[in-house]
Design a protein around this ligand. Structure first.
Ligand SMILES: [Fe+2]
Ligand SMILES: [Fe+2]
Length: 178
């Protein structure tokens, strides 16, 4: 992270803090959905729990890794910065859906939006590291970007399944998961 931060450490911390705010939101989204999915009496929903838990744990690892990076640069991982405030404003609608909307298909729809934004965020970090010739940071960012890309593929597949059912005019999958 040294090269990326050597010109403007405050801006580098702000950029990492942006990602951190998003990862913390991601953990909250997964935790909330997992809680409700575990209570659902539906085999199809139950079968998704292990994978969702694994992705949740990856979000958590991203969060902790970013906290370490910010502290190593002399920053405080609990002080809001310009872009962390920005992403929290951006994700408010997604959080509102996952916390208040009882429908699982709506939650996955919101989660897809979150994962797409998250993937774009890690991709930007990879590009910045590349731009400033920080190979070590690039490798670390890329590893996490790959995990995010896997999240998108899975969540998109689930959203697709819901949509296929709707378009076939069948009952949407478990609303019973409340
Ligand atoms: Fe994430
Ligand atoms: Fe993710």
């Amino acid at each position: 992270m040294r090269k990326l931060a050597e010109r403007n450490v405050g801006r580098a911390i702000d950029l990492l803090n942006e990602r951190l705010a998003f990862e913390r939101t991601g953990v909250r989204l997964y935790d909330r959905m997992l809680l409700r999915m575990r209570l659902a009496e539906n085999g199809e929903v139950q079968r998704m729990v292990d994978r969702m838990q694994r992705y949740r744990d990856q979000e958590r690892e991203h969060e902790e890794w970013l906290e370490d990076q910010i502290r190593a640069l002399g920053g405080d991982d609990h002080v809001p910065t310009e872009k962390s405030v920005l992403v929290l404003a951006e994700t408010q609608g997604i959080e509102r859906v996952v916390h208040r909307d009882p429908r699982l298909d709506h939650d996955f729809h919101a989660l897809l939006a979150a994962e797409l934004a998250d993937t774009a965020g890690w991709d930007l970090l990879v590009r910045m590291a590349e731009h400033f010739g920080d190979r070590e940071a690039q490798r670390e960012f890329r590893q996490r970007l790959r995990e995010e890309q896997e999240h998108v593929l899975f969540v998109r597949k689930v959203v697709e399944r819901f949509l296929e059912r709707e378009l076939r005019d069948q009952q949407p999958m478990p609303v019973s998961y409340l």
